[in-house]
Structures are given as structure tokens and as C-alpha cells.
Design a protein around this ligand. Sequence first.
Ligand code: IMP
Ligand code: MG
Length: 180
Amino acid sequence: MENDIQQILLTQEQIQNRIRELGQVLTAEYADKNPVIIGVLKGVVVFYADMIRQIKVPCQLDFMWLSSYSGTNSTGKMLVRQDVTADIKGRHVLILEDIYDTGTSLDFTVRHLAEKEPASIKICTLLDKPERRRPGITLQADYVGFTIPNAFVVGYGLDYNEKYRNLPFVGILKPEVYEK
Ligand code: IMP
Ligand code: MG
């Protein structure tokens, strides 16, 4: 697996240090708010597990699982494969995401959750690739772990064809891996 990586972009240590910093900010932000922390599956699982342990306030955990219609998300059409189970009406919601790329899935997630009338919605994404944003997406992430260049990355939950999610770092995949 590691042989397919061209460059390690973020080491385990860099990721853990940044998560601790974000944890301090989020702990202050959500003190006394009993937030519902919603992870968007599947890419977020590794970040989610590390991040929630640095948010040192009472909270409720929940998940959403999205998929895009008919294999392409270029249309921006998304499907809720698994909805949140918590009743979030009047609650403070913190969305955790692995990566904010074109913005299609985050934009959809925010609209979908907003219909349930939570007290607030904020977004925390581990990675942000602003160069890839689809025109018309104006949403801003409230908390960003790392802003990264426009390269396809894997590891720490992120996959290519469902592979590499269990790498402990974030790395850029060698181009020949796609071209195979
Ligand atoms: P969106 O384009 O912002 O809607 O991102 C949709 C999803 O594509 C993300 O939640 C990731 O799961 C996946 N994705 C986007 N960029 C990358 C990448 O560089 N590596 C792996 N997965 C990615
Ligand atoms: Mg994702």
C-alpha cells in the first residue's frame, strides 16, 4: 500500500497536533451546548474517532451516509443512504467531514440537516481543497484542519476505490495507480 504513495502530505504527528488545537477551540465553543456531532461516512471515520476525543464536553454522536446518484456526482445530485437517528430539532449540530472538495456533499448535507431545524450548524473539516470548489458553492467551513493543494489524497480515512483508508497518514497517490 505504502509503495503507491508519491508523497506524505501530512504525518500522523502533524494530524494529531492539529486535532488537539482544534479540540481546544471546539471544547470552548461547545461548552454547555451538548452538541450533536455528525460524521459523514465513510471517509470521516478515522478523523471522527480522533477528533471527538479532543472535544471535551458532553455530546451526542451520530452519522449520515450519503451516496451520489448513478456513479457521478457532477450533477450535484446526492442520496441519503443512511440518515441521522438523533432528533436534532433545536440542537447544536457540528458536522465533521474528511474533506471539503467540490462542495457537493457538504452543501447537500447542510441543506438536508437544516430542514430538521437545529439551533445551529457548524462544519469542521480535516482537509479543505478550495481550488476544487464547484461554482456557486459559497458555504464556508467554520473549522479547517489543513488547506491542501489540488491533488488526490488517500489515507487517514480517505480512499481510492475503497483502498488506503487505513493508512495512518495523508498521502498523495502516485499517478500510475490511477492510470493502471
Ligand atoms: P465533494 O466533492 O466536496 O462533494 O466531496 C465528496 C467526497 O469525495 C468527499 O467527502 C470524499 O469522500 C471524496 N473526496 C474528495 N476529494 C478526495 C481526495 O482527494 N481523496 C479521496 N477522497 C476524496
Ligand atoms: Mg466524505
